[in-house]
Write a protein that binds this ligand. Structure first.
Ligand SMILES: *Cc1c(COP(=O)(O)O)cnc(C)c1O
Length: 364
């Protein structure tokens, strides 16, 4: 080549991209590594997309609603919130990015619980913002004072926590909201599988934002849609920094259809939670240590008779499963997760195959 590409900004040159879980090509895999929903989305979703595509002179010619108005109204009906308090995004990752773009910077740190979602530090680095971390326990416990003292301009609470599985107690989140002065974001990607949620807090606190996604509970990870519930002031800021058409036309109609099929959500979530309970108890019978989960996944330390959990055992179980085309996820970066596997809850048939392999490894 006749020229070399210019170097990017120094903080971008130093940036390490987020590593998503493996998406294996080719069939035959039991994919329990990225917390996708194993069931097909509501049939109403396919009907809505079909209807859109069969409209005369294909409406795909036309730009979508710039501010996703019909979707925000549907979400508003669900949460008893005015549409002006809702911002839609290209997945909830888009909203996390917009929140950091608007509220963090070199002098305005991003705070997060550790361990939690490893995308936040990447988004902070892209903004040139420092990251401050506050520990969270296996049971979702954290110190309110530590979050307040962190000095973060924007703090992310992940509830239920991924990869731990535990939900944060709502009364603790409310306690924190009452004293924290920055922007408090509750990332509720897994709320559908939990008993409690914080979606009402933004009605009371104008500095609290709750983010939701269609990727997990609604089985629409391939579409990329999410939304934020927040005060009208925060919504107005996010609208300023987002792409003018940040949610495409197909995603908008599909998301509305998904939101309105509450019966589908209820029955699918009930199925996944029942499978989660069953898999947890069978693994415990094998001697594995399973952290109680409020998500569509479990964090489990694999153990063999007479041995204690270890990084080596976790690595061994991971490879054993992988050789049998069962893919789970490792989180070797943190002491609470390094001896474990994060296992997405799949269909009952997938989990039966997983349990057969888990047992063979345990006894092997
Ligand atoms: C999956 C996940 C998201 C991302 O959701 P998308 O809507 O697919 O971007 C956000 N936060 C957490 C904690 C997640 O696990």
């Amino acid at each position: 080549m006749a020229s070399s590409a210019p170097t990017p900004n120094p903080h971008i040159a130093a940036l390490h991209a987020y590593k998503p879980g493996e998406q294996p090509q080719g069939g035959g895999w039991i994919k329990l590594n990225t917390n996708e929903n194993p069931y097909a989305p509501s049939p109403k979703v396919a009907q809505a997309i079909q209807a859109l595509l069969s409209e005369e002179a294909s409406v795909l010619r036309l730009y979508p609603s710039p501010d996703s108005a019909p979707l925000r109204e549907a979400a508003g009906r669900l949460h008893h919130f005015p549409a002006e308090n809702i911002v839609a995004g290209n997945g909830s990752d888009d909203l996390l990015n917009l929140l950091i773009r608007a509220y963090a910077g070199p002098q305005r740190p991003v705070g997060m619980l550790e361990p939690s979602y490893s995308l936040y530090p990447v988004l902070a680095a892209a903004q040139g913002a420092p990251v401050v971390k506050v520990p969270v326990g296996l049971d979702g416990s954290f110190e309110v004072k530590a979050v307040v003292d962190s000095g973060a301009s924007i703090f992310f609470l992940t509830s239920p926590n991924a990869p731990l599985g535990a939900a944060l107690a709502l009364h603790r989140v409310r306690e924190l909201a009452a004293v924290f002065r920055g922007l408090l974001v509750v990332d509720e990607a897994y709320a559908a599988f939990a008993d409690e949620h914080a979606a009402d807090l933004p009605k009371q606190f104008s500095h609290v934002v709750v983010t939701r996604t269609f990727s997990k509970g609604y089985a629409l990870a391939g579409l990329r849609v999410g939304y934020a519930l927040c005060s009208a002031e925060v919504a107005e800021v996010l609208h300023r920094v987002r792409d003018s058409y940040n949610v495409d036309r197909v995603a908008q109609v599909a998301a509305v259809a998904a939101l309105e099929d509450t019966a589908w959500l209820k029955s699918t979530v009930a199925k996944i939670c029942a499978t989660r309970t069953r898999v947890t108890s069978v693994l415990r019978d094998y001697g594995w240590q399973v952290n109680p989960s409020s998500g569509n996944f479990i964090l489990a330390n694999p153990v063999k008779p007479q041995l204690s959990p270890s990084v080596a055992l976790a690595e061994s179980a991971f490879q054993f499963l992988r050789e049998r085309k069962i893919l789970v996820r490792r989180f070797p970066q943190h002491p609470l997760t390094e001896k474990g596997l994060r296992i997405t809850i799949g269909t009952d048939a997938e989990m039966d195959a997983f349990l057969v392999a888990a047992r063979a490894w345990t006894e092997g």
